[in-house]
Design a protein around this ligand. Structure first.
Ligand SMILES: [Zn+2]
Length: 428
């Protein structure tokens, strides 16, 4: 019997529980879930060893706005946060509507990515995405206006897309804010930041989900709701068969933060305490499947605009995705096991091969955490190019070590990854 490359020991999250254990790694994959002969032994003692997190919602701004982020800086930030798989959204410049745009972005990402990645195709009103559904990792549909011009109002086209996605087993992700509803509430928007939340109320999320359920009927499509933010939205997905993701900012930051300015402006907006409570309950009991960052960096200057409409929507978050939630698990808001499950559940939902669990045959992507080592988030110290965080000063637990397919990309909190190491992922 040949030796394994690595023997990893620690408090391991596998099979739904955290327990002292060991696994071996061979040729970049988990070999056996027990001790075995290996060339190198990594004994992490009582530190937590968990599969690399899977973030199904990032905007790395590449191509288009590399001053905000690019694939190298974005995936470096991911790695520093223990995220070893990201799915990048299509509203780059040019947007990923066409075969040419997908190929161009794939070349950029392959050259620069430091962690594994998937790429979304985006549906526009010409429907070119229908041609590339089977080549992209997943598909995104915007039902409400947000960054970029990807707004779709034609539900017939949405239905065609859902049918095509069902044939190719791609998951279709919806930004669920109904445009008609947003237009009804647009008059609530003024120069002040709190008016951003007032002009995009919870009912717009629930209305969009109801419309998506109507469009998806009988298509057999795998539908996933992006950044679920309200109790009304959570209620609306019940019985639809849809899955949903939740962002740390919607769990941790109430809408009153908008009084502090543009660094708390994103779509959908921050919500009221009762929504935060409902999102926590949904995440705890599994009605919300997974975490997502909706990492959407803009520069500090852009986010310092003194009036609401002039400030772009979006906040960074890939690096803090799990880091800001681990202290909440230790505080008892959610079990550690459920939180860790939610940090990887997107892999199975999006059918990403060999991702999301430590089990024989899976990629040896894992992160090592000292759960006693919480420290405040300092935006200026993060790897993201934008250099700020909406979680500034909040306690966070960052990984000490991160491995991608058995190779260290972070060790002792220092980044060791290389652009070009990241591989493209798509459902089989
Ligand atoms: Zn987004």
């Amino acid at each position: 019997m040949t030796r394994a490359d690595l023997l990893v020991k620690g408090r391991i999250f596998a099979g739904g529980r955290v327990a002292p254990g060991a696994f071996t790694v061979k040729d970049g994959r988990v070999h056996e879930m027990r001790e075995g002969d290996a060339r190198e032994v990594l004994d992490f003692g009582d530190k937590l060893v968990t599969p690399g997190a899977v973030d199904p919602h990032v905007h790395f701004r590449d191509p288009g706005h590399p001053q905000k982020e690019d694939f190298a800086s974005g995936t470096r930030a991911a790695a520093m946060g223990g995220v070893t798989t990201v799915l990048d959204m299509p509203n780059t410049v040019p947007p990923v509507f066409s075969p040419e745009a997908l190929d161009a972005k794939l070349a950029i990402a392959r050259a620069k990515a430091c962690v594994d990645f998937g790429l979304f195709a985006g549906l526009d009103e010409r429907g070119e995405a229908l041609e590339i559904v089977g080549r992209a990792s997943a598909v995104k549909v915007y039902l409400g206006a947000t960054t970029g011009h990807l707004l779709v109002r034609d539900y017939g086209l949405v239905r065609l897309l859902l049918q095509e996605a069902a044939k190719t087993n791609r998951t279709v992700v919806f930004h669920a804010e109904s445009q008609a509803c947003l237009e009804r509430h647009a008059h609530f928007a003024d120069a002040t930041f709190p008016s951003h939340a007032a002009s995009r109320p919870p009912v717009c999320e629930a209305e969009a989900i109801a419309a998506i359920a109507e469009a998806a009927k009988g298509t057999g499509a795998r539908v996933h709701i992006a950044h679920l933010s309200t109790k009304a939205g959570l209620d609306a997905i019940q019985g639809t068969g849809f899955t949903a993701e939740v962002c740390p900012h919607h769990l941790l930051l109430p809408e009153t933060k908008l009084r502090e300015g543009g660094r708390f402006k994103m779509n959908p907006p921050l919500r009221a305490q009762e929504d935060l409570a409902a999102l926590w309950a949904g995440l705890r009991d599994g009605r919300i499947l997974c975490l997502a960052s909706d990492h959407a960096p803009h520069t500090k200057d852009e986010k310092s605009a003194d009036n609401m409409p002039a400030c772009p929507s979006g906040v960074p978050g890939v690096e803090t995705l799990l880091a800001v939630l681990l202290p909440r698990a230790l505080a008892g808001d959610i079990s550690l096991e459920r939180l860790l499950s939610a940090s990887v559940a997107a892999a199975e939902r999006f059918r990403l091969p060999r991702k999301g669990a430590l089990a024989p045959g899976m990629d040896a992507d894992f992160a090592v955490y000292d759960l006693g080592a919480a420290r405040p988030v300092r935006g200026a110290e993060l790897a993201s190019r934008c250099g700020w965080s909406p979680f500034e000063g909040m306690p966070a637990i960052f990984p000490a070590d991160v491995y991608l397919r058995g190779i260290p990309v972070v060790r002792g909190g220092k980044f060791l990854g290389e652009p070009g190491e990241g591989q493209f992922l798509a459902p089989p």
